[in-house]
Design a protein around this ligand. Structure first.
Ligand code: ATP
Length: 248
């Protein structure tokens, strides 16, 4: 049987400042249990798509002006970001955004603020985050601002996990990180998907690594989906090889 569709984005248009049309009819689906990559170059519209889903466009004077966004079949466009978190959808922003003056552990605990299931469950999930990210356990008492870029990316993902999400919208996790760390982080994403059942919508410019870890992918150009398919098919596609994988 085909997996249930968790997230469905139908033909959305996004306009910034009432005039700048940035998404020109984007549609995509993320199945339950999927890792779906949203690929494309600088300015293609990846971040805008994620922010449309998590309802973070208002602060940027952006709005979804056409189309619909469904989560488990329910229209979620009018929910606040906090309500989306309660439904299980959490965004990890590009550039990591840890609270620099808080320790790693305090940062992780801020991720649990919408939960009502008590301290025991939160403590258990903190342990789980440390089991997936042993480096965060080592650095738990350090001020986040003094940790490395890789540790801050891990902290941002760990904080999202503390909300007990069903789906994580992960924006450009590879940004600014050395290849070995990128590999480490994507391996953890894969484990979280396989072992915890967390679904991912992953925006990446690093097509190569994203298509090795994702199940399916969509390629955006100038606010439109120009290609979509299984990760395996996209990796073998001649145009993807030429324009996005570079080396082959
Ligand atoms: P990047 O990897 O650089 O973040 P992206 O694919 O995520 O690229 P977006 O950040 O979604 O792309 O940007 C898509 C387009 O929207 C770009 O042309 C960008 O300049 C424009 N844009 C983004 N934010 C705003 C804003 N707040 N106001 C006006 N235009 C914006």
């Amino acid at each position: 049987a085909e997996a249930e569709t968790l997230l469905e984005v139908n033909n959305i248009e996004v306009i910034y400042n009432h005039v700048i049309l940035v998404l020109k009819g984007v549609s995509l689906k993320v199945p339950r249990g999927g890792i779906t990559a949203l690929l494309g170059g600088n300015g293609a519209g990846k971040t805008t798509t994620l922010k449309a889903v998590s309802n973070l466009l208002h602060s940027e004077r952006g709005a979804v002006t056409k189309g619909s966004i469904l989560y488990r079949g329910d229209r979620v466009q009018d929910l606040s970001p906090a309500d989306l978190v309660k439904r299980g959808v959490v965004q990890v922003m590009e550039g990591r955004h840890c609270f620099e003056h808080l320790t790693i552990e305090e940062n992780l605990l801020t991720g649990a603020y919408t939960r009502r299931d008590g301290r025991g469950a939160i403590a258990a999930d903190l342990e789980k985050v440390y089991a997936y990210f042993p480096r965060l356990r080592e650095r738990r008492g350090s001020q986040a601002g003094y940790t490395s870029g890789g540790e801050q990316q891990m902290c941002a993902i760990g904080r999202a996990l503390m909300a007990a999400p069903e789906m994580i919208l992960l924006d450009e996790p590879s940004m600014g990180l050395a290849p070995q760390l990128v590999e480490e982080i994507f391996t953890i994403v894969r484990d979280l998907n396989a072992q915890e059942g967390v679904s991912f919508l992953l925006a990446e410019q690093n097509t190569n690594v994203a298509l090795r870890f994702a199940h399916e992918g969509y390629i955006l150009e100038s606010g439109r989906v120009v290609m979509e398919g299984s990760a395996a098919a996209l990796r073998e596609n001649p145009d993807v090889k030429e324009f996005y994988l570079g080396m082959s």
